[in-house]
Design a protein around this ligand. Structure first.
Ligand code: ZN
Length: 503
């Protein structure tokens, strides 16, 4: 076989050689020229290839840089996310775990008196009231969990856990059961009215607004603000707002751009008062509207625009907070500089509440917890009791201290002094705390909203005088210095906190 192959090759070579030998000079030159041109073309192609390879390398390098940059950013983002998660977990543990030997930084939460609690409001610029189901118990609305909670929903021998039935998924898959339970809940809340806690908190918020906008507040650069954040979907805070601010209820008009969003109240889990469109294709997707006056079944709850089944305007367990429906970004921005947090009637079982309290404790912002069953075990200040018993006392006292603050900020006219004196003589001290009593010369029991309103507007009409001038004036006119009044804003209450307050 090999021999045959070799002889074949020889023959072929001979034939080729023979061909060339028979070529003329011109033909050979032509072939050489063609070969040269071919080589030239090949060289060109090679050069182009080299060029494009160079470009490819450049592109690859750029891509690599981009990828590297992306990975850097990604790593940074992941690190910061991990830090945040770790931070919130450690915050949670600091907040909720007791007897944690390794944690020396945070003291155990401790009981305080209402007077101590009220003193913590002094000079605070951003006070946040965070409320949960406990505040609405006095209105006849049972809590979701714990003692006295509403019974679990049962249907055809099946008991449904709240965490299962209160989900978007359940609503979509078993609408009959979902809506039956929902309408029972809704019926239970129908006609329920806000109670004294909702009212007093709103009064205090109103007082802060009045101070902020008053001439006196502006002159003294005292611009306090109070924000109500509720996990409840019962709408009772908004009811109290409407009651005390009848001229600010534009948000209840359908055409208002802030329709359904009460100015002073952040309902982070939505409001059962409203339904909203659930059809992403609809131009009115997520738009809120009220329940129809009359209906036969839940199937009558439809979006007027797209005629599809609407949903309750409520955040469910399998959903996330968002800006559009719950104003979560606005709220976070607004409360980023809070310097006092009051947690009322909540077990801090939901994401926003737990995170807010943990974060405040970590930043050593004072956190007052008003609850029958307190849950903050590290870094908190506890006022144990029913919301409707503790909240009104606390709010009344704070409003009274605010009034004193404003009165001390200006030099009273002789007439005002007489009036003040007679009020002080007539009024009965509502407080039991002896320390506080001995330091208070201006205890008025009248803390109704209208009286505050009058007082602030009266004050705002008068020019504020600096304390220095007040002393000078007192000396010159030989009047008795208002020592008692001044000291009344600084009662001798020792607050043993591990907070910024102490420093
Ligand atoms: Zn629609």
């Amino acid at each position: 076989m090999e021999q045959t192959d070799n002889s074949n090759k020889q023959t072929q070579q001979q034939e080729e050689t023979k061909d060339y030998r028979n070529c003329s000079y011109e033909e050979v030159m032509k072939m050489i020229e063609e070969t040269r041109l071919n080589c030239q073309r090949t060289m060109q192609i090679c050069n182009q290839s080299i060029q494009s390879i160079g470009e490819s390398i450049k592109t690859v390098n750029e891509a690599k840089q981009n990828i590297d940059g992306f990975f850097d950013q990604y790593n940074q983002a992941m690190n910061s996310l991990c830090e945040k998660i770790a931070g919130s977990f450690s915050g949670m543990s600091r907040c909720f775990l007791k007897n944690e030997n390794t944690d020396k930084e945070f003291e155990d939460s401790r009981q305080i008196t209402i007077q101590e609690g009220a003193q913590l409001f002094k000079d605070k610029k951003k006070v946040v009231f965070l409320t949960g189901a406990g505040i609405s118990v006095a209105s006849g609305i049972p809590t979701f969990r714990g003692v006295g909670a509403a019974p679990l929903f049962e249907k055809d021998g099946v008991t449904y856990q709240n965490e299962e039935i209160s989900t978007y998924n359940f609503m979509k898959n078993k609408p009959d059961i979902f809506w039956e339970r929902n309408l029972i809940f809704l019926g239970g809340q129908l006609g329920k009215k806000y109670n004294v806690s909702h009212l007093k908190i709103q009064q205090l918020v109103n007082q802060y607004k009045q101070i902020k906008t008053s001439q006196l507040g502006k002159q003294n650069a005292y611009q306090p603000q109070a924000v109500i954040v509720t996990q409840n979907t019962d709408g009772l805070h908004c009811q109290a707002f409407n009651e005390l601010n009848p001229r600010e209820t534009n948000y209840m008009n359908k055409d208002d751009p802030q329709y359904g969003f009460c100015p002073d109240v952040f309902e982070v889990h939505g409001s059962k008062t409203f339904l909203r469109c659930d059809n992403q294709e609809c131009k009115d997707y997520d738009k809120k509207f009220l329940y129809p006056q009359k209906y036969n079944s839940y199937k009558d709850f439809i979006c007027e625009t797209c005629k599809t089944q609407a949903r309750p305007n409520v955040l469910y367990f399998d959903e996330s907070y968002n800006e559009k429906n719950y104003r979560i970004n606005t709220l976070k921005e607004l409360t980023s500089d809070m310097d006092l947090l009051i947690s009322i009637g909540t077990q801090l079982d939901t994401g926003y509440a737990a995170q807010t309290v943990s974060s405040a404790v970590q930043q050593k912002i004072p956190v007052i917890e008003i609850s029958l069953t307190p849950v903050i075990q590290k870094g908190g200040l506890t006022l144990k009791g029913k919301a409707e018993e503790v909240v009104p006392q606390l709010c009344d006292l704070v409003m009274e201290l605010n009034k004193q603050y404003l009165q001390n900020k200006q030099l009273p006219t002789p007439q005002q002094k007489v009036a003040t004196k007679s009020i002080a003589q007539k009024s009965q001290n509502p407080l039991k705390d002896q320390n506080y009593k001995s330091n208070s010369s201006l205890q008025s029991t009248n803390t109704s909203n209208s009286s505050i309103s009058t007082k602030v507007s009266t004050n705002s009409a008068k020019p504020a005088v600096k304390p220095l001038n007040q002393n000078q004036a007192n000396t010159k006119t030989n009047q008795k210095p208002q020592v008692k009044q001044v000291s009344s804003t600084k009662p001798n209450v020792k607050i043993g906190l591990t907070t910024k307050e102490k420093k």
